[in-house]
Ligand binder design. Structure first.
Ligand code: GLN
Length: 303
């Protein structure tokens, strides 16, 4: 290929020029946050930190770094997610391995972790946590990280996801308190849990093709597709949640924009009373917390 089309040779030599070059390329490819991605990828492929990148635009990049950066920018131009290019993504302060087998952890989902912790009166209690559709393990690992004596089970229909989540648990020393299993929602699970959490697929099937290509093409449909109306997973969860909630246990699920009334209704029909709705940083209702309806509970058990 002619030199001007060879992305490696096209990458300029200094930090400032390389960033400007990358930003222009990503913008032309329709990448929404071209400037942010250019900086994050440069940090990811070099040992430069954020301050060095801003403070010293004139510093030179060595040829290997320019090659790696050009390769990363070339991948991002095809709308491959930044997290897939770098192989990691931070969630709740924990650096997690990611792969195309699961959804990339999103900041929105930290709202679920926060809401779950808000329901816990004693973080040192020996609570049992179940994370349905655990993916990278992000939610479960964040909760176990905050609750030093809690134990958790993460399930996923994808065996690749389960293997990934196990590696992430080991990476943060949480392996002894985190078990993972291949399962379809509650199928085959025994026992009760103090917290049941899930970020299930909630996009209406017909809407997936219209999402950004980063998501629609590069993230697994099984982690996104919530059926015709996007609510199938909540129906599956509602069916069996009551049987797996400890007497004072709480179920917390992430929801899509505008889904709070419908999910509240699905839960109510299954004997689950919505006790809190939490909004994300954009002010969108993002999490529903529910418990067994009082009149259905065991009157001998305090709650
Ligand atoms: N928040 C994701 C998105 O809109 C969807 C996550 C999900 O379906 N659980 O890209």
């Amino acid at each position: 290929m002619p030199p001007e089309e060879d992305p490696v040779r096209a990458c300029p030599e200094t930090v400032g020029a390389a960033l400007a070059w990358a930003r222009t390329r990503l913008r032309a490819a329709g990448v929404p946050d071209a400037g942010v991605d250019a900086r994050v990828l440069l940090r990811g492929v070099t040992d430069l930190d954020a301050a060095a990148i801003i403070a010293r635009p004139e510093q030179a990049l060595d040829p290997e770094a320019r090659t790696r950066y050009a390769d990363a920018i070339g991948r991002r131009e095809t709308r491959e997610p930044v997290a897939h290019i770098l192989g990691v993504r931070e969630f709740w302060g924990l650096m997690l391995e990611v792969s195309p087998a699961t959804l990339i952890p999103r900041p929105d989902t930290e709202t679920l972790v926060e809401a779950a912790l808000a329901r816990v009166t004693d973080r040192r209690a020996r609570l049992r946590v179940l994370d349905l559709g655990t993916g990278t393990g992000a939610i479960l690992l964040a909760l176990l990280h905050e609750m030093p004596r809690a134990e958790g089970l993460g399930t996923d229909v994808s065996a690749d996801a389960v293997a990934l989540a196990r590696r992430n648990a080991a990476r943060h020393g949480l392996g002894p308190r985190a078990r993972f299993a291949v399962a379809d929602w509650f199928d085959g699970l025994d026992g009760t849990f103090d917290l049941i959490v899930s970020n299930p697929p909630y996009i209406a099937g017909g809407d997936i093709a219209g999402l950004e290509p980063d998501v629609a093409v590069h993230e697994p449909a099984a982690a996104l597709d919530g059926g015709t109306d996007g609510l199938d997973a909540y129906r599956r969860i509602a069916l069996a949640a009551l049987g797996h909630l400890a007497p004072a246990g709480t179920l917390l699920v992430e929801i899509g924009e505008g889904q709070a009334p419908a999910v509240t209704e699905i839960f109510a029909a299954a004997g689950l009373e919505t006790v809190a709705i939490a909004a994300d940083l954009a002010g969108i209702d993002r999490v529903i917390a529910a418990r067994a309806k009082k009149e259905l509970g065991n009157p001998c058990m305090p709650r």
